[in-house]
Design a protein around this ligand. Sequence first.
Ligand code: SF4
Length: 721
Amino acid sequence: PSKPVKEWKYTTCNYCSTGCSIELGVSAEGRVITSRGHAGADVNRGKLCIKGILEHDLFHSPGRGTQPLMRERAHQPFAASDWNSALDKTAKQIKAIQDQYGPDSFAIVSTGQLLTEEFYALGKLVRGQIGTNNYDGNTTLCMASAVSGYKRSFGSDGPPGCYDDFEHTGCLMAFGSNLPEQHPIIYWRLKEAREKRHFPMIVVDPRVTMLAQFADIHLPITPGTDTVLINAMMHVIFKEGLADEHYIAQHTQGIDDLRQLVLDKYDPKQAQHICGIDEDRIRHVARVYAKASTAMSIWTMGINQSTHGSDGVCNINNLNLITGNIGKPGGTSLSITGQCNAMGTREWSSCSGLPGYRYLEKSEDRQHIANFWGIDEAFFPPARGLAQTDIFPAIESGQIKGLWLVATNPMTSMPNQPRIRKAMEQLEFLVVQDVYEDVETNKYAHVYFPAAVWAEKEGCHTNTERRVNLTRNVLPAFADSKPDFWIFKEMSKRFQDRNPIAFPQTAEAAFNEMRELSKGEGRTLDISGMTWDRIEAARGIQWPYTEADAAADEARIGKVIAIDTQLRVDYKGARRLYVDGKFQTDSGRAQLICVDFVNNNECPDKDYPFWLNSGRVVEHFHTRTRTGKIGNCNKFSPTPYMEMNPDAAAELGIEHGCYVRLVSRRGDAVVMVQTTHRVGRNMVFIPFHFHDCVNRLTLGLLDPYSRQPAFKQNAVRVEKV
Ligand code: SF4
C-alpha cells in the first residue's frame, strides 16, 4: 500500500469455505488499504489466495447500493427511498400476499454468504414470525447433496474430518473436486502434507483439472457414473477380503444388502463399460485405497451437482465405512463445502428445518425450539417446504406470488435461465437484499435493500472442517447500507403485531442464544464453550466445543483477557466426529446404503453430441458480483471461454480463439474457444461465473433427496458463427 497501515483488524475471508484468517490494514484516514493472511491461524498459516489478497478492495468497489430503492413495477426506473418506507412496504406486501393466498405463497431464499448470527436471526424471523415454510438457501445449488448424504449415512449432517487429516492419511481420493482453483489454501495444506510424506492421490474427474495434474492416478470418468466406479471398487474390496469386517460388524448396519448388490451387479469387467475406467485400473485403485494405513475421500460439486448427488455421497461414505475409514486421523469422508459460510447456514439458518441441526419432522425438536423461542409449537409445519429449485417452478405455476432474495443472484446462478427469467417476471412482489445495486437479479425487484459488505459487520463463519471463526467490524457500513442482521431485526419489529417473539438485539446476543440452544447430551453441534473472544484468540475453534471443553482449556492455558492480534491461544487441537464409532442414527450405527446406478442424465446424442461441464476459475467467486468488480481478479479472467479438445475442434473447423455458438435444448450462448487437452473429444467446459452464458444452456435435473440440480451433465452442440 502507498499509505502506512495504522491498525490491523481481524476477519475471516468471505469467499470460499476454506475459512482463512485475514487481517485487514486500515490507514490513518480510515480506509482499508491491504489484506494479509494471519500467520498464527491453523487454517491458512499466513497464506491467502488471489481473492483473499485483494479482498480489501471490496469496501470501495463500484456498484454498491447506497440507499433503499422502490418502484411499483419491475423494469421501471427505481425511486430513491429510505429504510422505514422500504421496510414498511415490504412487511405490508408480505402480509398482504400471505393474507390473500396463504402463508406459504411468499418464499424466502437466502445464501451461504451471511454471517452465522444473521442466519440464526433470519431463521427466527422466518420460522418464528413470518411463518412461511417455503424458505431455502442458494446452498441447494451447492452442498445440499452432502447434507442429505451425511444424514442418510450417519444420522446427522456435519463433515466428520478436518484438514489435519492430510497430515495423517495413507491415501487420498478426490471426486469432482479441483482444489487448486476452488479452495486454493486447502490445496496448499494438502500439497504441504504430501511434500513431507508422499501418499498416493487418486483424482476422479472427467476433466484434467489442476488437481488431476498433480495426482498419481487420474480417472477420467464418464460424467454421472461415480456410483458405478465406487460400487465396482467395493466389489473388489469384498471379493479380495480387503474390507474391515470388524469395523463393519461393530459400527454399521445394512452390510448384507450392500455386499450382495455390489458382488452381484458391479464386477469391474461390466462396470468399465459404463464408467469409462478400465477394469484393471478399478481393481488397482480399490486395492490402493483399501490397503492404505488410513484413507480419506474428499469431494465437491462433481458429486453434489448431480441427479444422484445424495446417493453419490452415501456411496463415498459406504466406501469409507467398509474400509473402517471414519473418525480416524487420516481416515474420513470430507465434503469440501462451497461458500464461506455454507456450514453456518446448514447449522443455524433453519432453511431446511430448525436451528442447531434440529428438524421439523421431529416432534421433540419442534417442541424444543418452540419452548426456547416462547412460541406455540403448532406454528411450525411438520415437514420442510420447497427447496430453492422447486420455488421457481412454483412461481411459474402461481403457487408462489412473492419472493425475498438475500445475497443470492439466481439470474446468473440457476440452471435453465430462460425459464428462470420468465418465472421472475411473474412475481407480484420481489425484494432483493444485496451489497450491490447492479446485481442482475435486481432488474426484476420492486424493493432493493442495500446491505453492508462482510467486514462492515461482526459475526462468525463456519468452514469446511467445522471451525467457527470470527469477523470483526472493520469499517462502518458504506453510505446508507445496513448490516443484514440490522435488516432482519427491523423486519422482526414489523411482525411483532402478528407473532410476538423476543428477538436478539445484537449479533453477539444472537450468538449467545445459539450457544445456549446448542447444548445437549451427545449433540455434535455443541458450541456452548465458544465466545467471540475465545474464537478470535484461537483464530477459530472447531465444534463440538462444550462448556466443559472451554473450562478444561482455560485451566490449561489461562483465561483469555486480552486479544493481541499476534497471539494465538492454543485451544484443543484437531477435532473429528464419530471417533468412538457411535453415529447419530437411532441405533447408533452408521447406515450402509445400497446405491444402484440409474442412467437419468441428459446424455450426448447425434443432435447434441458434447457433454457440457461447468466449474470455477481461481480468480472468480460465484456470479462475479464481487470479483467482477475487483480490478486484478477481473483482469486475469475478464470474459467467459469454452475449453474444447483440439481434435474435436479441428473436425468442426474451429480454431483456438474464435467464437462459437453453443446450443442446448434450453437456449444458446456465444463463447470464445480455448483448445486444450484438458477435456476429452466429447466434452466442453465453461466457467459458471458469467451472466448470460453457461446457465442459458444447462438443464438442471434434480436429485430426488437433496433437490440439487445437475449442472454438469448436459448435452450441447457447437456451431461456428
Ligand atoms: Fe479466501 Fe478461500 Fe482464498 Fe482462503 S482459499 S483466501 S478462504 S477464497
